[in-house]
Design a protein around this ligand. Sequence first.
Ligand code: ADP
Ligand code: ADP
Length: 226
Amino acid sequence: MKSVELIDVTKTYGNGSVIIKNLNLSIQSGEFFVLVGPSGCGKSTILRMIAGLEGMTSGTLLIGGKPANLLPPSKRSLSMVFQNYALYPHLTARENIIFGLKAHRIGKDIVEKRLREAAEMLNLAPCLDRKPRQLSGGQRQRIALARSIVSEAPICLMDEPLSNLDAKLRARMRSEIRRIQRKIGTTMIYVTHDQIEAMTMGDRMAVLHDGTVQQIGRPIDVYNHP
Ligand code: ADP
Ligand code: ADP
């Protein structure tokens, strides 16, 4: 299991605008950590830096205590649910979900078992043989979630993973994601705008504003002491 630490991390984009300013965050192994903050405050950028999809301008990122610059994205032991889902358009839902497992040479029986369980949990069985363009936004989002869940990766990054689901499924997924995270001991970094998700899922949360942490703590304390 793996901790994630950002130490004095700064990120600027080409035009010189500072997105993340001297950010310090220490997320423990097995912790469910929620990130909230206004649109454009850099939440997705933080996830992408942790995933290694984007560089940091300065600072240190430690994954499992090791400097992440020594780890290419494929060695960071993480799965990510992107806001735009990032599915392969030419693959079916089933192929998208198990793509990473195949690449990691996970046995066929295990792949089938995980696929079946995830598809059932997410009501995806009727969609499995369709391609992303034949599916609704909510169905695509569920495929992205299933892909992350079947990976059983030690670190999981989720960017508003329930935003496109109806209220009933969203409620069910709040507890399912939490249950699976507990069972596997996943280190979870979870971006949301939803106060119910933060309150019911997070061990701790951080409120970001202008590229820095404005508040951090247990959700109940953060919401009670604005
Ligand atoms: P959030 O996820 O909190 O909505 P983002 O991390 O997506 O915020 O974006 C933070 C800021 O960085 C936004 O102002 C966005 O416009 C800007 N930004 C994101 N990606 C780029 C990029 N590749 N080049 C320049 N600016 C970017
Ligand atoms: P590789 O370069 O070894 O094929 P990947 O990029 O497929 O690595 O996977 C990198 C990490 O992401 C792995 O540690 C794994 O746990 C996780 N992962 C694997 N497959 C997926 C997937 N389909 N979706 C999300 N995360 C995945």
